[in-house]
Design a protein around this ligand. Structure first.
Ligand SMILES: CC(C)(COP(=O)(O)OP(=O)(O)OC[C@H]1O[C@@H](n2cnc3c(N)ncnc32)[C@H](O)[C@@H]1OP(=O)(O)O)[C@@H](O)C(=O)NCCC(=O)NCCS
Length: 150
């Protein structure tokens, strides 16, 4: 079945939210799905659409200093391990570079070993930042330079 990675629309995110456990399991991250991000950073928010729904998505934006920041990425439970997460990142890199991004950044919870393995496979450096979310609230921070960037 064909999968098309396209700029996301608010309705794509609403479809994801209606089926949230298939992307995030037991974790409730619905409050992080800010529709304003899709409205305001439309070209760096991506949906992987197929006939059977949204296979995966990425919500990201480029900061004024040239960081392509990935706020959320998830693939549907029946699609994991097929390369879609990698493809979503590749599409994000293309869109982010058009806006001047020279590096990538993402974060995840320290317990999310799958996300750490995934980001390492994509060439990210991972480090724990102890107070990222406030005192004593650590997060894993991923960083990667973009090839060809100064
Ligand atoms: C993390 C996630 C997005 C990966 O998506 P995916 O479509 O399964 O990833 P891909 O198939 O493109 O895998 C790309 C690479 O990462 C590796 N990888 C992906 N998930 C992995 C895992 N759980 N453990 C180890 N390696 C993993 C793959 O082996 C692959 O490596 P390779 O290309 O060197 O062979 C997906 O597991 C997911 O949606 N998880 C739940 C949401 C989440 O935690 N998101 C990240 C936090 S923002």
């Amino acid at each position: 079945m064909a999968v098309h990675i396209v700029p996301a629309q608010v309705t794509d995110v609403q479809r994801v939210l209606a089926d949230h456990p298939r992307y995030w399991g037991d974790r409730d991250l619905r409050s992080l799905h800010l529709l304003a991000l899709v409205q305001e950073f439309g070209s760096t928010c991506l949906a992987a659409r197929a006939d059977d729904g949204i296979r995966g998505y990425l919500i990201g934006f480029v900061t004024p200093d040239g960081t392509g920041y990935v706020h959320l990425i998830a693939t549907r439970d029946d699609t994991r391990g097929t390369g879609l997460g990698r493809d979503l990142y590749a599409a994000f890199v293309e869109a982010a570079r058009e806006q001047g991004a020279v590096r990538l950044k993402a974060i995840t919870s320290v317990a999310n070993e799958g996300s750490v393995a995934f980001h390492r496979s994509l060439g990210f450096q991972a480090r724990v930042e102890e107070d990222y979310n406030g005192p004593g609230r650590a997060m894993v921070v991923f960083t990667r330079a973009l090839p060809g960037a100064p």
